[in-house]
Design a protein around this ligand. Structure first.
Ligand code: SAH
Length: 347
């Protein structure tokens, strides 16, 4: 018998399950609080639940818990990078960053990824599997427990394409922002996508207040295609139109991510073209000097060229920031910690 994934259920689903076991509905509130507020890692610790019910739960439910394999703490800014192992031995990365506005966690949504972006380490071995809502949540829970500090912001920008795991992502967002759980504000949740157009449009209809970050990385269809195979499926203007729709529906300003790759997309002409592409959108551009990935040969532009790109965009009236690099002294680009510490590979 496959066990039920109790941590992926909302309180109503949990209640239905408990009632089907012959329990009183209010038990759901108690157990939900143990799982999502007190961040319990076992049924044993649920002290206000009878021994008999705890045993019944243990026999028919699995309580997803991630196991910390490695943790690196930056001496520069306190950024923490975690490598977690899932029940089946797969591993995912998460990052904790301290900002003035609060603590932010970057989580993974899949093991591996099938989107194939040329500069990204997470996609090199393809997609292994989707994460469950509980596996996404537990990255935030384990980090909250480890730091002893409240997490105020969550960004789904780790390994994987969140909109390629759409239903689980939605459940995750609802559980994460539930007032009976950690109650993180929806406004403080950001989902980053490489641009799956139908899913962006569907997300716009969900009546959520989350922020959409769109990985654009190029100013023309031709250049985007050279970096991101997903552009074969969705043309750049279709992607920008879907973002416009997202803004219209949600009122949430779009963030465009733009990884600057030396000699590839960092020229003045690129800046001019980018500004023209998005000038009528309520948006913000986040420039990310590309993280060199061992298996690839992309390089960062020099700082003056990055600054020049930023200045050009500003001249055209675009809101733009250069992403501050956090945890510079600990493992490099996203997805690289997992590759280095893959079981049987690397170190
Ligand atoms: N699949 C989602 C989210 C995960 S990647 C997406 O594509 O948005 C999070 C961000 O990091 C994306 O903008 C992605 O393009 C970017 N990224 C991946 N590898 C990078 C690298 N080596 N250097 C800079 N940015 C990178």
């Amino acid at each position: 018998m496959t066990k039920s994934d109790i941590k992926s259920w909302n309180q109503k689903e949990l209640e239905e399950f408990l009632v089907s076991l012959g329990e009183k509905p209010f038990r759901a509130r108690q157990i939900y609080s143990w799982l999502h507020q007190r961040l319990a890692v076992s049924f044993q610790e649920m002290t206000d639940i009878s021994k008999a019910l705890k045993e019944k739960l243990a026999s028919c439910c699995k309580l997803t818990g991630l196991c910390q394999v490695r943790r690196q703490i930056s001496a520069v800014d306190g950024t923490r990078k975690y490598l977690f192992e899932l029940d089946d031995g797969n591993r995912v990365e998460s990052v904790w960053m301290r900002y003035q506005h609060g603590n932010s966690v970057c989580i993974s949504s899949q093991v591996g990824c099938r989107m194939g972006c040329r500069f990204c380490a997470s996609t090199i071995d393809g997609l292994v599997r989707n994460l469950t809502p509980a596996e996404m949540l537990d990255q935030v829970y384990r980090i909250t427990a480890d730091t002893g500090e409240r997490v105020s912001h969550v960004v789904v920008m780790g390994m994987g394409e969140p909109l390629d795991n759409y239903e689980n992502l939605l459940k995750f967002v609802k559980l994460l922002t539930d007032e009976r759980g950690l109650h993180i504000s929806q406004r403080n949740v950001t989902v980053s996508t490489c641009g799956l157009v139908p899913k962006i449009r569907a997300l716009a209809e969900e009546e959520l207040a989350i922020t959409l970050a769109l990985s654009l990385h190029a100013s023309s269809q031709e250049k985007r295609l050279a970096l991101m195979p997903v552009a074969n499926k969705y043309e750049i203007h279709q992607v920008v139109d879907a973002c416009r729709y997202y803004f219209e529906k949600t009122g949430r300003r779009i963030t465009f991510e733009y990884a600057l790759v030396g000699g590839v997309n960092d020229g003045e002409e690129d800046a001019r073209e980018l500004a023209a592409l998005i000038s009528d959108l309520n948006c913000h551009v986040n420039l990310i000097p590309v993280n060199p990935v061992l298996e690839r040969d992309f390089v960062q532009p020099d700082p003056a060229r990055i600054q020049n790109f930023k200045n050009k965009l500003e001249k055209y009236g675009i809101n733009v920031t250069i992403r501050r690099e956090m945890g510079r002294d600990i493992d490099g680009a996203c997805g690289q910690l997992r590759r280095r510490y893959a079981p049987g590979g690397g170190e």
